[in-house]
Write a protein that binds this ligand. Structure first.
Ligand code: PLP
Length: 380
């Protein structure tokens, strides 16, 4: 079946109790046994819950995987996947990734004796050179935040697989609607469902999807052992959000690309970083690996930090806020907001500078969004 159909129906059939067409919120911690030694399909909600199962099966279908797992947050998903690795294992991590993942790896995972190397995975020779006999996994994120750099997932996964290592991809920025890493050879996809998958900025959640029964058993073991699962109410909300994922992603892509083109021609903009623009240095890879550019991108304002602050203070429709992927448009300043925890010299070295602005383009009318940016640029 097609993606649009799976988004609405996968994992979801009329409820067996009363025929509810929408999956009920099974707000219960425990389930009655059918008899002594005879549990039903669910026994305790940390181990499994029907509302969560519907979401997990739906997300598995959308990513083209066999098994899905829903978590309390995106970080809970990543932490649970990283629990697969033990002292003495070596992980290769792309050096440009979500700040919370960086913190988890450096402050939690590395402190437990897993060795972690940050490598620029746009350079495949650097990946080959970083492989060690005990390398167990390669962690990717593409496009990256906020610079919109891309990684060649098929090439990275092939190199990792030949070495006997897993490839993991954080697919939060594009959602399975625009990029399906499992089909490119990736072993585990993780998501912050907080962003596009839920899409309404009213839940924090996460997910992991795999396409291998043995790997699924291991991830499922850690989900239950660590207790990182999502609650039924949040699963219900994400299930409701995901039904319109295809429609929303098309609208995000359309609005974001139109604004990117408009900004690229704007005299007060020095550079636009958007993978669907022909000016993007990895545009050919974008066209090969993705089916759309998503809704989040960055641009550099001509001038200094004061000009950026004037722009950020003058917007009326865009909200100055962190996060992304909701129906409403947000704007933010990575230098002082999302990326402030990164050391200044690291930010500067990778290109996260004072004049960089990131926007998460929502699904409002394009003219209103463009008018808002146009009036705000008059203050710059
Ligand atoms: C937000 C985000 C996360 C973390 O997800 P939470 O739901 O906030 O825990 C991980 N990766 C990426 C790319 C994100 O944008």
């Amino acid at each position: 079946m097609h993606f649009e159909t799976l988004a609405i129906h996968a994992g979801q059939a009329p409820d067996p109790a009363y025929g509810a067409v929408m999956t009920p919120i099974y707000q219960t911690s425990t389930f009655a046994f059918r008899g002594v030694g005879a549990p039903g399909p669910f026994d305790y909600s940390r181990s499994g819950n029907p509302t969560r199962k519907a979401l997990e099966d739906c997300l598995a279908a959308l990513e083209g995987g066999s098994h899905g797992f829903a978590f309390a947050t995106g970080m809970a998903a990543s932490a649970t996947v990283l629990a697969l690795f033990n002292q003495g294992d070596h992980l290769i991590i792309h050096d440009d990734l979500y700040g919370g993942t960086y913190r988890l790896l450096t402050s939690v995972v590395a402190a437990k004796g897993v060795s972690v190397d940050f490598v620029n995975l746009r350079d495949l020779d650097a990946l080959r050179a970083a492989l060690r006999p005990n390398t167990r996994a390669v962690w990717t994120e593409t496009p990256t935040n906020p610079l919109m750099n891309l990684l060649d997932l098929a090439a990275i996964a092939a190199i990792a697989r030949a070495h006997g290592a897993l490839t993991i991809c954080d697919n939060t920025f594009l959602s399975p609607y625009f990029q399906r890493p499992l089909a490119l050879g990736v072993d585990i996809v993780v998501h912050s469902t907080t962003k596009y998958i839920n899409g309404h900025s009213d839940v924090v959640g996460g997910a992991a999807i795999v396409n291998d029964a043995a790997l699924a058993e291991r991830v499922g073991f850690y989900q239950n052992a660590l207790g990182t699962c999502a609650g039924p109410q949040d699963c219900f909300l994400v299930l409701r959000g995901v039904k319109t994922l295809p429609l929303r992603m098309e609208a995000h892509h359309r609005n974001a690309l139109a604004l990117a083109e408009w900004l690229e021609a704007h005299p007060k903009v020095a550079q636009v970083l958007h993978p669907w623009l022909p000016s993007h240095p990895q545009h050919a890879l974008a066209r090969r690996q993705m089916t759309g550019g998503g809704g989040t991108f960055s641009f550099r304002v001509r001038g200094g930090q004061e000009d950026v602050f004037r722009l950020l203070s003058a917007v009326r429709l865009f909200t100055l806020a962190e996060s992304l992927g909701g129906v409403e448009s947000l704007i933010e300043h990575p230098w002082t907001m999302t990326h402030v925890s990164m050391p200044e010299e690291v930010r500067r070295a990778v290109g996260i500078t004072e004049e960089l602005v990131r926007i998460s383009v929502g699904i409002e009318h394009l003219d209103d969004l463009r008018d808002d940016l146009a009036q705000a640029f008059q203050q710059v």
